[in-house]
Design a protein around this ligand. Structure first.
Ligand code: CP3
Length: 344
């Protein structure tokens, strides 16, 4: 089957697309009235485990916004259940761990993950989403990266200093290494399972790695991400991290095809430092709250900045905020398409 819209994959491969592709992290989310309606009283994890509904919200967002890629509807925490890690996701807080990982015994007790057994519903969701997309746009699969998953497992709730996570990393290096090795194995198996089921690209969310210095990132994290990217066959690999200005150079060595950066890092700076990558980003999600002329000015300034480079995927620097008006996101898509369309 051939995709009708290849702009996203073209940009990932740094080929010239028909127009600059656009998609948004959390494009299927609470800001969207139709999402809220389909979700009803379900928890986000229940919604993600219902392949019919999960595929419906993922594809509904694509149709309503006119974006150039669909993202699988799931959550980075879900495969951890297969390792015996239990959590709930609290509104406006995020994941809260019921059995945080603090000692070597906790790490030793983690079970091994089996993608078919533990996340069979993800395979079903991918198939259902691909069927509903009917080759209109590509489907992006994803996983949390070991560091970001470890930070939830150890700290228990996200906190900006990651106190317990860093304490384990610095004071119990053997425990840290074993945990990262186990998570790396899980992520590799999980992502390869998604590719086998048909996703066209994969994004690794290392959302909280930005709290590390480049030196610590290289010592405690980089090799695991490299191992994951090197194990993924054939599809483009996107690396996402927030607050990542200090880490751009090490990210280049992860093996990612695309670096997804937030609004604090000028995209042209990423390209000055890293020649061989595509870049995704980086409008501040708060600009999409503002809308209007201000939003237009900010979109133009990104398009102007990236004009001389090849391989830009227009996106927000982080997920869509729940206060966002869907109309503004639709306007971003139209504006970027119009502003970058190549004449035939
Ligand atoms: O459209 C998409 O982007 C696909 C779906 C998706 C979700 N979570 C669904 C979801 C994706 C890609 C994620 C990834 C995810 N989950 C990350 C990495 C991205 C990032 O934000 O850095 C992280 C850190 C999580 C953990 C998590 N799950 C958080 C922090 C939250 C928000 C809690 C809140 O209420 O603010 C969740 C819940 C969640 N996952 C929602 C969605 C749409 C919102 C809750 C809901 O719809 O009920």
């Amino acid at each position: 089957m051939t995709l009708k819209n290849t702009t996203f994959l073209d940009a990932c491969h740094r080929k010239e697309p028909e127009h600059t592709p656009v998609w948004f992290m959390r494009q299927a989310g609470r800001y969207m009235p139709s999402y809220r309606q389909i979700k009803g009283n379900l928890q986000v994890t229940e919604l993600a485990k219902n392949s019919q509904l999960a595929s419906e919200v993922a594809v509904d967002a694509v149709t309503r916004l006119g974006v150039d890629a669909c993202i699988l509807f799931a959550d980075i925490m879900l495969p951890l259940e297969g390792m015996g890690v239990w959590f709930r996701i609290e509104e406006n807080v995020g994941p809260v761990m019921l059995n945080p990982i603090r000692t070597i015994d906790d790490v030793n007790a983690l079970e091994s993950f089996n993608p078919e057994r533990d996340t069979g519903y993800i395979g079903d969701s991918i198939k259902a989403t691909l069927q509903k997309l009917d080759d209109s746009v590509p489907l992006i699969g994803f996983s949390g990266a070991p560091f970001t998953l470890a930070s939830y497992m150890i700290d228990g709730v996200a906190n900006k200093d990651l106190v317990r996570t860093k304490t384990m990393m610095y004071k119990q290096p053997e425990t840290w290494k074993l945990l990262m090795e186990k998570l790396t194995k899980m992520v590799k198996d999980y992502v390869c399972f998604q590719v086998k089921n048909g996703v066209h690209a994969v994004q690794l969310f290392d959302s909280w790695a930005g709290c590390l210095s480049a030196e610590d990132y290289e010592e405690f994290v980089l090799c695991y991400t490299q191992e994951i990217f090197h194990s993924i066959p054939d599809v483009p690999k996107i690396h996402f991290c927030a607050n990542s200005s200090a880490l751009i150079q090490p990210f280049q060595r992860t093996g990612a095809d695309v670096l997804s950066v937030d609004w604090r890092v000028p995209i042209s700076e990423v390209w000055r430092k890293c020649k061989e990558v595509a870049v995704q980003g980086n409008l501040d999600p708060a600009v999409a709250l503002a809308g209007g002329d201000f939003m237009e000015r900010k979109i133009n300034s990104i398009l102007e900045e990236v004009k001389q480079y090849r391989g830009h995927i227009f996106s927000l620097g982080h997920g869509v905020l729940k206060e966002t008006d869907q109309i503004n996101l639709g306007q971003i898509v139209k504006k970027v398409h119009r502003g970058t369309k190549k004449r035939a």
